[in-house]
Design a protein. Structure first.
Length: 241
């Protein structure tokens, strides 16, 4: 099929999705290139120091409770929490006889999480040494694994859940909640001094691209009966295979 024919047949929503994924990947590649050349250092340093008390880089800005909240927020992008969330959601889908959606969720998020160690090994960027780290770290810096995995997991899960909700307000709420969690995780990584801002931006871009692709594929599979449609009531999928 020629490109012109493909564009005529494709609907606007699908083309927008492709453009969104392509834009996110382009942004990631651009950030990676600029980072490798050292062109992001001034920007990274300015943002990182802006989150510290002037004259005392060991002290994050804001009251003590804000630092506690940031530590809690960063856990929402950790492997342990995300694994628990995915397993809990997949278990719920399985019990409501939506087994193929459960398998898809585990596969989509699990494979997406593997992007983090892959690209960390590839770029091997050192962690920020400008400020003290307020939490334990043991891997390379670029891209932010917490930001990437949060985007992959929360956005993919939200898209699958929203697919089974008819009310537009509820769909918007589910998606917005996932976006807020993803943003909070990324901001917390910079606030705690364990990532450069461009690490987080890159993680968001790559994770967002993956989640968008996973959500689009889930809709396509559901439309063709390859996975159960989330709008089915418990037990209906089994009665109508």
């Amino acid at each position: 099929m020629r490109a012109s024919e493909f564009l005529r047949r494709a609907d606007t929503g699908f083309l927008f999705t492709l453009a969104l994924i392509a834009g996110a990947i382009w942004a990631f590649v651009t950030l990676a290139s600029e980072m490798a050349e050292g062109d992001t250092h001034a920007f990274d340093e300015a943002i990182l120091t802006a989150m510290r008390v002037p004259g005392d880089l060991s002290d994050p800005i804001g009251p003590g409770w804000l630092e506690v909240m940031m530590r809690d927020a960063t856990a929402l992008g950790g492997v342990g929490v995300l694994t628990f969330v995915v397993c809990a959601a997949a278990g719920w889908m399985w019990l409501r006889q939506d087994g193929r959606s459960a398998i898809y969720l585990v596969a989509a998020t699990g494979l997406g999480m593997l992007l983090s160690p892959l690209f960390k090994t590839l770029f091997d960027r050192p962690r920020p040494d400008l400020v003290p780290h307020d939490t334990m770290v043991s891997t390379a810096s670029f891209p932010s694994g917490h930001s990437l995995m949060a985007a992959v997991t929360w956005l993919t899960l939200a898209a699958i859940v929203a697919r089974g909700v008819e009310e537009r307000a509820l769909k918007a709420y589910v998606i917005a909640l996932a976006i807020v969690i993803t943003l909070a995780v990324g901001v917390s990584r910079v606030y705690l001094g364990v990532h450069w801002p461009t690490d987080v931006l890159a993680g968001w871009c790559l994770g967002g691209a993956w989640a968008t692709g996973a959500a689009t594929l889930a809709s396509w599979l559901a439309g063709r009966g390859r996975i159960e449609h989330a709008k089915l009531e418990p037990g209906e999928a089994a009665r109508n295979p």
